[in-house]
Design a protein around this ligand. Sequence first.
Ligand SMILES: [Zn+2]
Ligand SMILES: [Zn+2]
Length: 269
Amino acid sequence: MFKADSHIHTVFSADGKQMPEEAIKAAAAAGLSEITVTEHCECNNNAALPPDEEPWPDLDVVNYTKTFEKLRETSPVKINIGLELGQATQGAEYAAKMTAAYKWDFILGSLHNVVNELDFYYIDYKNKDIPALFSQYFDQLYETVLFGGFSSLTHLYYPVRYIYRAGLTVDLSAFDEQIYAVLELCAKKDIGLEINTSALNDKFADFVPGLKYAKMFRSLGGKIITVGSDAHRAERVGLGISEAYEMIKQAGFAEIATFEKQTPVFHKI
Ligand SMILES: [Zn+2]
Ligand SMILES: [Zn+2]
């Protein structure tokens, strides 16, 4: 069966813990037909990192792309070379520069922090108005989709992971109107929706987004679904992909997409 993991980080991302060769080996072992590497490209110049955190260097586009082009020649698994474009609206010029820096196969759009806030990873939620923060997040996610420059929207409700880690809960349905607007805009702009499987492994949810929002996307005319593990280490490559395909079928989709030179290629699931 066709199986692709379209969201993988290696050491070319500051938080990546696997070598490119390890990722490919893990993908082959997991029975994947295809992977897409999507190294981080954060557009906000480290503005969302705490002061004591080592700043992330810019993505080394030349070294990154050349490395995977070379590995492609011998890899048993098809390799697409992509980007995870973070906070594009918080650094529009840099975003434009990086998206034009290579003929990327695929670009994921993401939002890891709202303006003038830390990355959700670093926030101390005990002193925060969580609903207000979520509302800001979905507003700015809408702006990110409006800005565009990417093929699929990753981890639709990224902050949830850290709310649960802090031992708190959040009722996402309170934000359904905003989520609806984000998904409607994606569908209108032919931007895909990523089903991120990392939640399954972190045990706070099954997928991000889950069945309810996958169905919502479909009802709004969304056609492009991509699936990724968001693996930062080898043991997570390909995890949850088959399970995600089952959920996607349940939501009414018959195909998932991978991307080549930013053009979707559809695969029956
Ligand atoms: Zn991300
Ligand atoms: Zn990622």
